[in-house]
Design a protein. Structure first.
Length: 115
């Protein structure tokens, strides 16, 4: 079955960096787009970044120039490099893919940006 497992979250000071990873299994990873979403307390889940199977990347305006999404199709892993972190980036970050019209999500990893 499809499994997405995120890791790499933690506590970081404003201006700091973190790299999130999402290990995928149960499907042909290289054939599908992979995305990152986040959900802050009391807010709806929002799109952060996506990496399509053809190599295109897309970012939310709030993270453009600071976050970079990448993928390793040999390791079936998608990454989110986050630089210049701000307190408003604090959220649970989720990995996502869509297969045959159905969304699959990981369990999430907490990112807290605070001094």
């Amino acid at each position: 079955q499809v499994q997405l497992v995120e890791s790499g979250g933690g506590l970081v000071q404003p201006g700091g960096s973190l790299r999130l990873s999402c290990a995928a299994s149960g499907f042909t990873f290289s054939s599908y787009a992979m995305s990152w979403f986040r959900q802050a307390p009391g807010k709806e889940r929002e799109f952060v970044a996506a990496f399509t199977w053809s190599g295109d990347t897309h970012y939310a305006d709030s993270v453009k120039g600071r976050f970079t999404i990448s993928r390793d199709n040999f390791k079936n892993t998608v990454y989110l490099q986050m630089n210049g972190l701000k307190p408003e980036d604090t959220a649970v970050y989720y990995c996502n893919t869509q297969l045959k019209g159905r969304d699959y999500w990981g369990q999430g990893t907490q990112v807290t940006v605070s001094s």
